[in-house]
Design a protein. Structure first.
Length: 780
């Protein structure tokens, strides 16, 4: 067993320096790089406002996500973004100026399952489908109808296909034109060129057949391709309908979370009266009654009563948690047994539910590193496809014999239609959206897509002790006074000094003093030295309270109580010394029980191939006792924030991919430096702001579940990218006619349109499989 006691630089901060201050987050609109308004008919089929995104304040000690939305009232400040290009954000619906894809609201609304664009596309598809069937039937068998001359047949096909192309296909033509105007070629550029070329050629062949050579004749008329244009439009509409329907399912997790919030709360007025009020009318400080079976309306603290609260919808923990007076309760959780009266502390956008929703939305819209290759390819893909189409047109026209130009046109249209850059663009975003949503329902919050991709490679997990391996709710154990000192006075002075500290160990000491009804005095000149202890003055008396490192800095000899300290540490207790003006006054012992889930969690991490390393600010003997109980081989005790950071850097220097799990301010530097930082949702906001992964319940078993999700997601992204590359690499040459010299086979534009329509939808449907696989692999 490696036992390392470290001492290093002592970063300090004074009370009020802003560690727990609220962080102001700007509206997403202020940082958007684009704010293009869709032109023409595009605005008529964009999604309607579905959510809100507000300027909010990030609160302390929660999930730490910026720009948390208010989950309650609808708002006009909806932000829309592109699934493929999340940097595109604007305050109105429309189409992405880069790829032409319809924008989606950043946060979907819980009850809104209606998609105006899907409804519009379905209307266009079903109204024109009979026309497409008739046009296709005429093209295939019209020459067998004796009463229909070839010239009339062309005019009939023109009339029937006109509403299909110019009405049903109008949104696609507008997107194609917009892509040219924006100089951002995309899938709609190809569809616009393909359908436009087939339709315009056919119109000219119908109106002025004399302009074409006789080699273009077929069945008594110049060959026309109205059916190709019509079928391309109909199949593209069908593909978009399938894709939109599938994409809507990727936000199911967020909608589920939003649906957890109750609609009303029962408020108790100052005169004792009660009334039901909408949740939007609940303010900080309101007293609220929660009856058995009702949901907790907002975050707050219990003032009266006792009950068991079911928090499984947010934490994934199935066992209800007992809540008593003074305990915190979370909005949207369910009160199962007794009646409670609570006082609201966080409402609207400040509740844990709101911040979880925003954190999930932020992760869903982030870009995975794996997507960069696809983005680089897609940037040149459309131009390459246009080049292949032109090469096919002129190659067939020049070398294809008597009907070469006809074949060239058909093949060029097929090339333009079959290519699908959207399959490349959607390959990883859809997987990320499904995975982050699924993880959120299990109490696992990924900050961004890179965390999902990196977690699967982590082979070493550095864990803090207090609040990570242990409950983080220490209980005061005992005071040992130095010779000539009073135990009661040592406890009173220590508690007076610790009143200004938020550390769990400090709060345990303060609570013990209050239980003994000791009179505490407010400390002055309070100073917290992160990782080692605190200093201050109580009634003009200078005091230091902390570990051995702080005593060494202050020149205090702790030898008189050395044996007592070692005995307590051997039992797993944390020991703090109290000194005044270099004179040792006594020590205080606080014990923090190990979480029931910790042994199982460590076994799961080790089974996943991770090496577990403990790093704690506690004394080496205490750390050794806990590590021995948990079977951890490598332990670093009495480490300061700089030491934890150095440990992570050393492990990374050895070629290891390092994860860091912690919950305190002293863990923040190491959390930020680690390849994947894991914060406990029960810890401080500083830790969570520094981490890439937050476990809402603070249960280390979530890391093993998160790794399983990471493994499944990366595999899914690779499948999607592989399919997208293979599809395009195979489809484009086939459409160009490379097999014709060997098999006499050419790809019809209609088949090309069907393949293109199904390719994007296939990527989305494959991503949706993660909703099942994540559950199966994590055992949920």
């Amino acid at each position: 067993m490696h036992l390392v006691a470290s001492a290093g630089a002592v970063p300090t901060h004074r009370a009020g320096a802003g560690i727990g201050a609220q962080v102001h987050a700007g509206n997403a609109q202020q940082t958007q790089p684009h704010n293009h308004e869709a032109s023409g008919a595009a605005s008529s089929f964009g999604p309607a406002p579905q959510s809100e995104h507000r300027h909010v304040h990030q609160h302390t000690a929660r999930v730490g996500a910026p720009d948390a939305p208010d989950v309650h009232p609808p708002s006009t400040s909806t932000i829309y973004t592109c699934p493929m290009h999340p940097e595109i954000r604007q305050d109105h619906p429309g189409n992405c100026p880069k790829c032409g894809m319809s924008l989606e609201s950043l946060i979907p609304e819980a009850a809104d399952d209606d998609n105006p664009e899907l409804r519009d596309f379905a209307r266009r598809f079903w109204w024109t489908l009979p026309l497409t069937v008739v046009v296709t039937a005429l093209a295939m068998a019209g020459h067998q109808l004796g009463w229909l001359t070839p010239a009339k047949q062309s005019w009939v096909e023109l009339v029937l296909s006109l509403p299909i192309v110019l009405w049903a296909g109008w949104p696609f033509l507008v997107r194609g034109a917009e892509s040219v105007r924006q100089r951002s070629p995309n899938m709609w550029t190809l569809i616009g060129l393909g359908t436009g070329a087939a339709f315009v050629y056919s119109v000219v062949a119908t109106v002025a057949p004399q302009a074409f050579p006789t080699s273009f004749m077929a069945h008594g008329r110049i060959g026309v391709y109205f059916e190709a244009a019509a079928v391309i439009i109909s199949l593209t509409l069908l593909g978009q309908m399938l894709e939109l329907r599938a994409r809507s399912q990727t936000s199911a997790a967020i909608k589920s979370l939003l649906g957890l919030a109750p609609k009303i709360a029962r408020r108790i007025s100052a005169d004792g009266g009660e009334e039901d009020v909408p949740l939007t009318h609940v303010h900080v400080g309101d007293r609220l009654r929660i009856r058995p079976g009702e949901k907790v309306p907002v975050d707050g603290i219990v003032e009266e009563g006792q009950s068991a609260i079911d928090e499984s919808m947010l934490t994934g923990e199935p066992v209800p948690v007992t809540k008593r007076v003074g305990d915190k309760v979370i909005g949207a959780t369910i009160n199962t047994t007794g009646a409670l009266i609570m006082r609201s502390e966080r409402v609207g956008s400040q509740t844990m539910l709101s911040q979880i929703v925003q954190m999930v939305a932020q992760a869903q819209r982030s870009r995975a590193p794996m997507q960069r290759m696809a983005d680089q390819v897609a940037g040149w893909f459309v131009l390459a496809v246009i080049g292949v189409a032109l090469l096919s047109l002129f190659g067939w026209g020049v070398f294809g014999g008597e009907q070469g130009w006809q074949y060239g046109l058909i093949n060029a249209v097929s090339v333009l239609i079959i290519a699908c850059p959207c399959a490349l663009g959607l390959a990883t975003p859809m997987s990320i959206m499904v995975a982050t949503g699924k993880a959120a329902t299990q109490g696992i919050l990924f900050r961004d897509a890179s965390a999902i991709e990196h977690l699967r490679r982590v082979d070493t997990m550095v864990v803090d002790k207090t609040g990570t391996l242990t409950e983080g709710r220490p209980a005061f154990e005992q005071v040992v006074a130095a010779p000539g000192q009073s135990q009661t006075e040592v406890l009173r002075l220590a508690a007076s000094l610790d009143q200004a500290s938020e550390h769990p160990l400090a709060q345990a000491i303060v609570q013990a003093a209050k239980v003994q009804n000791l009179v505490l005095v407010a400390a002055t000149n309070f100073e917290s030295s992160t990782g080692i202890g605190v200093r201050g003055q109580v009634k003009g008396k200078s005091l230091s309270l902390g570990n051995t490192a702080l005593m060494q800095l202050d020149g205090v000899n702790v030898a008189p109580l050395g044996s007592s300290a070692e005995e307590l540490r051997a039992r797993g207790s944390s020991v703090m010394y109290l000194a005044s003006n270099q004179v040792l006054l006594g020590l205080l012992a606080v014990s923090d029980p190990i979480k029931q889930s910790t042994p199982e969690a460590l076994r799961a991490l080790q089974a996943a191939g991770m090496r577990v390393v403990m790093a704690t600010g506690d004394g080496l003997t205490t750390a050794q006792a806990v590590a021995r109980h948990l079977g951890i081989d490598e332990v670093h005790g009495e480490v300061q924030p700089a030491d934890k950071l150095a440990l992570v850097e050393r492990l990374q220097g050895e070629g290891r991919v390092v994860g860091m799990a912690g919950d305190g301010i002293n863990d923040a530097p190491a959390l930020a430096k680690a390849d994947v930082g894991v914060a406990m949702g029960t810890g401080t906001d500083v830790a969570m702001n520094s981490a890439q992964l937050t476990l809402v319940k603070g249960d280390l078993r979530g890391i093993a579940r998160a790794k399983a999700i990471s493994d499944a997601t990366v595999a899914n992204m690779r499948q999607n990218l592989g399919f997208a590359f293979f599809y395009n690499a195979l489809g484009v040459p086939l459409a160009a006619g490379v097999l014709y010299p060997f098999t006499g086979w050419l790809l019809s534009p209609m088949i090309a349109a069907l393949a293109m329509s199904l390719s994007s939808a296939s990527v989305v449907f494959n991503a949706l499989r993660l909703r099942r696989s994540s559950s199966e692999e994590t055992g949920d």
